[in-house]
Ligand binder design. Sequence first.
Ligand code: C5P
Ligand code: C5P
Ligand code: ZN
Length: 489
Amino acid sequence: MPHVQPLLDAIPAEMLSAACRAARQIRSASDAVIATHIDADGISAAAIAEMTLRRLEIDHRTLFFKKLDDRSLSALRSDDPDLIWFTDLGSGLASKLQNMPAVITDHHRPDIGAPRERANGQQQLSDFTRLAHVNPHLHGISGASDLSGAGTTFIASIAVSDENADLSPLAILGSVGDLQDQKTRRLEGLNRAVLSLSVKLGLVEAAEDIRYFGRETRPVVKMLEYSSDPYLPHITGREQEAISFLLGLGIELKEGDSWRTWASLSEDERCTAIDALRAHLIACGRKPATVERLTGEAYTFAHEERGSPVRDVKEFATLLNACGRHGRAEVGLRICKGDRGDALSEGYSLLRDHRSALSRALETARAKGIKRMRHIQYFDSEDEIEETIVGTVAGMLLGSNDVDRTAPMIAFAESVEPSDIQMVKVSSRGTQELISKGMDLSVAMRDIAERVGGVGGGHNIAAGATIPSDRRLEFLELLDELIGSQLSR
Ligand code: C5P
Ligand code: C5P
Ligand code: ZN
């Protein structure tokens, strides 16, 4: 397959050899279970793994998990497949998976160190285990911004065969789903090398455009009304002002009976609107760094139908989250594998439900009240927000105009996962600024969860945990202290 070499050159040699080891393990399996995460990245990763196995004619099935714990591991073990392929999860428990015939292609912070960080003379775990572990963190690459779970899975997939290069759009989908383009407003690191491959193969278009959500499917008025990053003074949250703003630029809101979307505007109209929005932000005294956030690199699956939610990559990822976070991850998986019939229609209706669930949840969180401690802030939704979306809500709140951005947002939701004692799900979200000051939510959430008898992990900017319900105050106090010490280092 042409164009693959630059990507292979960008992958550190040790990581590529881990991917080759994973590829050998995959090729030699007679049947496999894919264990993956329920979110957009996890679903995209599973689609890559399924397509890879299908092309090798290896029997497989996919199981979705909100998180991996001892309970889910024993369920997987009892299935006794020839191979378990963990995608977008697994690294947080890698030390417990050493004796499993397994491949992990994940980007969460591993619970074991990178090879060169291990004690002198200590034999590498990979020398004697049945586990092949591919993870960017093990090679000094950020799993929060430079490679997603789907991206890592894709690297193993091209190690199986470079004919799998056509699966690269799914890797881009996972990275965008995990908001990995948030920091610099475009994909960076190994994500960028995967993107170049996809662009060269003519599968993805990357172009500078507005960063607001809904380029393909939202009426342009709604896109401006719901804008949040950057927030548009006088326009965000105000439909009438959004309408007047567009009409004032000579942009028609409707074409016949249907509302026009951003993607249906002419290039001239889009440029006029972007220039005017920039001028508006400047006139409202916004800093250049804020004004810059209006545009960024946007990704499009140009071969998909115009106006479809699977054409704009950000919208596609939200569609997948709508499926996965509401118990229908397999619908998202079918869409990823190409179903544009029943699965896509069901996806549409899940998307509508997801949107209203999020807006109700935002109201609930605000009504419960955000409480500030010294170094963190939190809200407790009790049983009123689903544990699968409470993290998204925490991130949305932290990104909204009227919330303090100097402390990470912690959120509680009652856990419905089976457990002997009542557990509570905790989600946390941070900002780039806090990360640059030394905050690492994955380390903090994992350590403090363990200290109160729970499990946790994730990324520096977004992490989660499940802890005994009656220990949440102790958890908050310990977390406040640890975040404080991270920030003062
Ligand atoms: O489990 P997984 O790695 O796929 O999820 C990553 C999570 O981190 C997503 O929920 C994503 O929205 C969140 N994230 C974030 N802000 C970022 C990067 C990731 O909230 N800048
Ligand atoms: O659930 P939530 O969206 O808040 O998760 C944020 C990040 O933390 C995700 O990447 C998720 O996979 C990770 N996480 C984890 N272990 C947990 C809970 C969440 O690694 N117990
Ligand atoms: Zn992920």
